[in-house]
Design a protein. Structure first.
Lengths: 114, 111
């Protein structure tokens, strides 16, 4: 089995601050994802990376940057935190098979902006 | 693009009762479907992966039905127990690496 690690678990930031969230997986999966989870809104895709040197925008990419440093790691940057923003950011990975591979999820990073 | 409507948003049942969650998707090209369970403070855990070629899928304590004609996917927990209390998400995809998730159903099972 494998595991997805997200750091930090809790992140408190100030309005306008640039904040970076990190994700590591040891599944040796090709594809990695970043989602934002807001209460009552399900998961919305921010960025994904099909393979090590790839980066694709999701539906919610505005206000975020992402970086796939190596196969096992995928970072997300909030470019300018919005006041009173609260959300959970979930990282996921999959083998990247176009045939509908399941995604494995990390435990999340909980962001609060003061 | 694809949209997935999930209902109900909240569901409370007594232990031993059944619980049904329904997702309606819009893209007729959706071929892969997933049900995930999320417990407090945790990520999503896969319950079942469904291909559009299979209409009935059975897991441990639950059944997943796919109605392609009505574009509906349902999760039926047959005899719920307190350990089933969690948030459940469905997801649909067409095989292009991206999946669309429903908004989630918060299930509470009362002992």
């Amino acid at each position: 089995g494998g595991i997805i690690t997200q750091t930090p678990k809790f992140l408190i930031g100030q309005e306008g601050q640039k904040l970076t969230l990190k994700c590591q997986q040891n599944f040796n999966h090709d594809t990695m994802y970043w989602y934002r989870q807001d209460s009552g809104k399900g998961l919305r895709l921010i960025y994904y990376s099909i393979t090590e040197n790839d980066l694709q925008k999701g539906d919610l990419s505005e206000g975020y940057d992402a970086s796939r440093e190596k196969k096992s790691s995928f970072s997300l940057t909030v470019t300018s935190a919005q006041k009173n923003e609260m959300a959970v950011f979930l990282c996921a990975s999959s083998i990247g098979d176009r045939g509908g591979a399941e995604q494995f999820f990390g435990p999340g990073t909980r962001l609060t902006v003061l | 693009g694809e949209q997935v409507e999930q209902r109900p948003p909240h569901l409370s049942v007594r232990e031993g009762d059944s619980a049904v969650i329904i997702c309606t998707y819009t893209d007729p090209n959706s071929y892969y479907f997933f049900w995930y369970k999320q417990e407090p403070g945790a990520g999503l855990q896969l319950l079942m992966k469904v291909f559009s070629s299979t209409e009935i899928n059975e897991g441990q304590g639950f059944t997943v039905l796919l109605n392609k004609k009505d574009k509906q996917l349902s999760l039926n927990l047959t005899a719920a127990h307190p350990g089933d209390s969690a948030v459940y998400f469905c997801a649909a995809g067409t095989g292009n690496y991206k999946y669309v998730f429903g908004a989630g159903t918060r299930l509470k099972v009362i002992a």
